[in-house]
Write a protein that binds this ligand. Structure first.
Ligand code: HAM
Length: 431
């Protein structure tokens, strides 16, 4: 039997070029977090199922999870996200000084249908603040998100941060006449709005609203509102503290000039634990139609561990989703896409030259240069071709003449010029 050369569907493997790109993306994400005073943490890949069953929501745990019984007969899950683990870690700290500002780059697992931007094993950058109830926390995480997009040189015309509030939407839906019993179903219908045509969605919503077309019409009007000063909305939400909070948050965003953040009442987020402001980062073009990032405020997660209430706010951002977005708009620099693995290639003319070549290589490496030595034993012409194929800038050949004289020829493969000198001269030249 021959084995397949493919990995399991949706599982990731990256060739060196892809790995380079991923590293470029994750390094910018980490750097932006560190610059904003966030500290890195990590948690276990395998977690108790109960941790996620409690709050993440039926769809994620019931239909998309990798769960199994381990050899100790424990029900466990490959983490589909990081937030419940983070909540547990913060709950366990006890005396930890709040608020904490933490970030992480976990591998997560979801049994989703593999498609553009959605796979079964993925890196998800997480950035959260726990222990602050102030809207400044929401503002801060959105500021970091904005800073990340700036670091990738993404102009604000190609993305938007759609935001709304769960608390506001609960109140608004109730004022529209949505009964508490169907509120959760209506939320989840709103979350599916972008996944269906307008007509199909309106029919779906009508079903959820038990055929009440007046109620359905009101919900459609609510999610279609584009401005917080919309007169219908203002009158619907008279004297609502949740609406006041949304208006206040909008003013904070305006004050900071974050024009990419747009009030979008249709954004309610699929996960059950959100309680306040929620947001998603979307591509405004047509090529990446799934969210790049999603997050918001969650008030009750840490309370699951018996602690007093600790409110959290943060977001998760898919590294693959973001990379596809950056590639769509040509925002991955060529220097990253075509990065060469070494600065210098040392070609070895014969077996007898291996020791001298090795000594030269060791010396160059000890001076901080990335040096690739031939290990193929092929003819020099083939070794030169290999150096060019890797895009390496400098080539040094070690043959008898070089061993005898201690002088080496170093060819600049980019412009063809040749420099001859001792090891010290070569190092001086490289510098
Ligand atoms: P989420 O919306 O489920 O939120 O995921 C956040 C992001 O992770 C998505 O916008 C997407 O970019 C990426 N992502 C999700 N599923 C996949 C997949 N199957 N393949 C590739 N990328 C994917 C959460 O997970 C929340 N825990 C985020 C959060 C942190 N909220 C507060 N703090």
């Amino acid at each position: 039997m021959t084995l397949s050369t493919k990995p399991l569907s949706g599982m990731r493997q990256r060739l060196p070029n892809e790995f380079n790109i991923e590293k470029y993306v994750t390094e910018i994400l980490s750097l932006s977090s560190v610059q904003a005073g966030f500290q890195e943490y990590d948690g276990p890949v395998i977690e108790p199922l109960a941790l996620f069953a409690a709050k993440s929501g039926g769809e994620l745990v019931g239909r998309q999870s990798y769960c199994f019984t381990d050899r100790g007969k424990r029900e466990v899950i490959l983490r589909p996200e990081m937030t419940p683990s983070l909540a547990r870690m913060v709950a366990a700290q006890g005396e930890l000084q709040l608020p904490v500002r933490w970030f992480s780059m976990p591998l997560c697992y979801r049994y989703e249908r593999p498609q553009r931007g959605r796979v079964r094993e993925f890196l998800q950058f997480n950035l959260d603040i726990l222990g602050s109830e102030s809207l400044s926390a929401e503002l801060e995480v959105i500021m970091v998100l904005q800073e990340i997009m700036n670091s990738f040189k993404a102009p604000s015309s190609i993305y938007k941060i759609g935001w709304s509030s769960r608390r506001f939407m609960s109140d608004a839906l109730s004022r529209c006449g949505v009964h508490i019993e169907i509120a959760q179903e209506v939320f989840s219908a709103i979350d599916k709005r972008d996944k269906m045509t307008e007509e199909k969605w309106a029919n779906f919503l009508l079903g959820v609203c038990k055929g009440d077309s007046v109620l359905t019409g009101k919900v459609v009007s609510l999610v279609s509102v584009e401005s917080l000063s919309d007169p219908w909305l203002v009158s619907l939400m008279a004297e609502s503290s949740a609406f006041e909070e949304v208006v206040k948050f909008n003013n904070l965003l305006l004050g900071l000039g974050i024009t990419s953040a747009v009030f979008s009442p249709a954004i309610v987020r699929g996960l059950d634990y959100y309680t306040g402001i929620v947001f998603e980062l979307m591509d405004t073009g047509g090529q990446n139609n799934r969210s790049l990032c999603g997050g918001g405020r969650y008030d009750n997660l840490v309370g699951l561990f018996g602690n007093k209430k600790i409110s959290g706010v943060g977001f998760g951002l898919g590294v693959l989703t973001l990379t596809l977005f950056l590639e769509t708009y040509g925002l991955i620099p060529n220097s990253v896409k075509k990065a060469s693995p070494a600065d210098v290639y040392v070609a070895v003319a014969s077996k007898d030259a291996v020791i001298s070549a090795g000594l030269l290589v060791t010396s160059l490496r000890s001076h901080g240069y990335r040096v690739m030595m031939d290990v193929s034993g092929k003819k020099l012409g083939k070794q030169y071709k290999e150096a060019s194929r890797y895009g390496i800038s400098y080539l040094i050949t070690v043959d008898f003449e070089e061993i005898d004289t201690g002088k080496y020829k170093m060819k600049n493969l980019l412009d063809g010029s040749v420099f001859t000198g001792s090891l010290d001269d070569l190092i001086g030249r490289l510098e």
